[in-house]
Design a protein around this ligand. Structure first.
Ligand code: NAD
Length: 290
């Protein structure tokens, strides 16, 4: 069987180009451009790379990008104050609190996310937006990685309605929201997590498997039905190389389609963040055509 490689990188470039044109149109009309504030606390190297990528993409598009790099020992109240200040700022349309927070603040992560205005919640993590997503109301802001996965499936014409989909990983960032989005599109969804007794039992029967665990090469060929579609969200380092949750090489010739790591879902996450920032701007400014 020929395996189609589902690249996200080129799709992400197209999305970024489209937003760039819209920002140019705004500038040409003498209007304000969208602004994204990104808060990074501490020195986590992976977070620094992600935050830099976000700033770079903002710059490329023409968004205003406001960067807050705070020391590891920043306290809860200081962060909350900063978020409240950003909530009030006219020139800030989106607020992103880079996760994970340093150990001392981690248990307060959700309290801080709750303090971000739902109208500026570009990550779609605020309970208001999570609620809208769960109800299936499109007026909310959707989380970037699951939104990117849905975009990718749609772009490659992979239908989900009526399909058996197994999601491995049940985090609030990826596993749970993608499961809800798939249910909203009438897929039959099984969700596995660390306590699932027999993950292969669920993956082997699925037409589509989406894995988001961060366990390198957890998903092997013998766990996947021939001709299935495999979406790999995981990003880990193995022997100095970036790898996903899926044993990619072994899947070639066995599955009908698969995303690579890197170059699959990852670039779409950043593109969706840009889309969400523009969406927040459009709603705040009541602009209906750019
Ligand atoms: P997380 O640690 O919050 O959640 C991991 C989930 O996987 C949990 O539900 C856990 O129960 C489950 N899990 C762990 N080991 C398992 C196992 N052996 N069997 C079954 N389930 C298992 O992680 P997250 O934030 O959801 O991220 C998951 C992965 O996706 C990470 O590698 C992360 O770097 C990556 N990620 C990528 C993008 C992207 O843009 N591509 C975005 C977000 C996260």
């Amino acid at each position: 069987m020929e395996t189609k490689i589902l690249y996200g990188r080129d799709l992400a470039k197209e999305i970024v180009e489209k937003i760039k044109t819209k920002v140019k149109n705004l500038k040409d009309k003498g209007l304000r451009v969208p602004g994204l504030a990104v808060i990074l606390v501490g020195n986590d190297p992976a977070s620094k790379i992600y935050v830099n990528k976000k700033h770079q993409t903002c710059k490329e598009i023409g968004f205003n990008s406001f960067s807050y790099n705070l020391p590891e020992d920043t306290n809860f109240l200081r962060l909350k104050e900063l978020i409240e200040e950003l909530n009030e700022r006219e020139d800030v349309d989106g607020i992103l609190l880079q996760l994970p927070l340093p150990e001392k603040l981690r248990e307060k992560s959700y309290e801080l996310i709750y303090s971000i205005s739902p109208l500026k919640d570009v990550d779609g993590f605020h309970p208001y937006n999570v609620g809208l997503l769960t109800i299936g109301d499109d007026r909310g802001i959707k989380p970037c990685t699951p939104k990117g996965i849905m975009y990718l499936l749609n772009h490659y014409d992979i239908k989900v309605e009526g399909k058996d989909v197994t999601v491995v990983g049940a985090s609030n960032i990826v596993g749970k929201p993608i499961s809800i989005m798939l249910i909203n599109k009438m897929a039959t969804v099984s969700v596995c997590h660390i306590k699932t007794r027999c993950v292969p039992e669920f993956t082997a029967k699925a037409d589509i498997v989406i894995s988001a665990t961060g366990v390198p090469h957890l998903i092997k060929k013998d766990m996947i039905k021939e001709g299935a579609v495999v979406i790999d969200v995981g990003i880990s380092r193995l022997n100095g190389k970036i790898v996903g949750d899926v044993d990619f090489e072994s899947m070639l010739g066995h599955v009908s389609a698969i995303t690579p790591v890197p170059g699959g879902v990852g670039p779409l996450t950043v593109a969706m963040l840009m889309e969400n920032t523009l969406e927040c701007y459009v709603r705040r400014e009541n602009i209906y055509s750019i």
